[in-house]
Design a protein around this ligand. Sequence first.
Ligand SMILES: Nc1ncnc2c1ncn2[C@@H]1O[C@H](COP(=O)(O)OP(=O)(O)OP(=O)(O)O)[C@@H](O)[C@H]1O
Ligand SMILES: [Mg+2]
Length: 294
Amino acid sequence: MDQAAELRVPPERMKSAPNPGQQIRVVSVTSGKGGVGKTNIVVNLAYALAMRGKRVMVLDADVGLANVDILLGLNPQYTIQHLLNGEKGLTDILVKGPGGILILPASSGIQELAELTREQRIHLLSAFETMDRKIDILVIDTGAGISSNVMYFNVAAHEIIVVVSPEPTSITDAYALMKVMSLRYAEHHFNLLVNGAKDNIDADKVFEKLSMVAERFLNISISYLGYIPYDNHVKKAVKQQKIVMERYPEATVSRSFHVLAEKFLKTSVPITSNRGNIKFFWRQLFKRDDLEKR
Ligand SMILES: Nc1ncnc2c1ncn2[C@@H]1O[C@H](COP(=O)(O)OP(=O)(O)OP(=O)(O)O)[C@@H](O)[C@H]1O
Ligand SMILES: [Mg+2]
């Protein structure tokens, strides 16, 4: 029996469905420790969602070097910086990735978002206004750690996926991240995704360990999104600058991304009407000055 068969998406569902409510789901993918697999998760989750008819945009908000575009072997000419300078429009800087996902290569301009003039903010907001009807889900690769840049994106998102690997340092750093998010930014709910686990028992242990201490010592709740197994196909795909789901669709890890996407779509988040538009998201980001004072 071909186990992957039931996970394959029928072709009729590959077509983009309209987004009548114009509500965008904004999810940030973050981690305490670096190198735990965020960028791989962002692009594969985005791809799996696109295969289910969702129109997905990926925002690369990581100022580090291992960027989304490199992982995908894309060579974007422009970044958000060109948009902010007024040199280019949003459609000029967006890059199409596998499965038709849209990538906003923001990384090199991301730190400037803190110092935008009023004019630049309005410019950015109006550029994104047109996107409200064109995307269903925005997935953000935040980079690792507890820097304010990472925090701002997490706060502005509707939901936060904390990626953790089974290594003890990754677990303690995930705890530290959730602690800062809850104490300084009043975030009390997190979704946990274990990456690089041997099997479900290995992954469950990580979730139990973390949720037990976090729920006891921090005033937060953690939902378990499941796990992505350790699989050498990921490294092979990275070397070829392809995403594993596209290059090795039958690999165990690719099947896990389908399961993750299904689970993600099943968990609905209550989004109040104005929170669901993308302008709201950027406005939240601009409020970073207020956040600093919290
Ligand atoms: N499930 C997995 N199985 C095997 N290798 C993996 C898996 N997930 C990620 N990797 C490997 O781990 C490395 C780091 O992955 P990735 O760049 O996605 O991490 P990251 O959290 O985005 O890192 P950074 O914090 O530097 O941005 C990559 O070389 C990738 O091949
Ligand atoms: Mg990364």
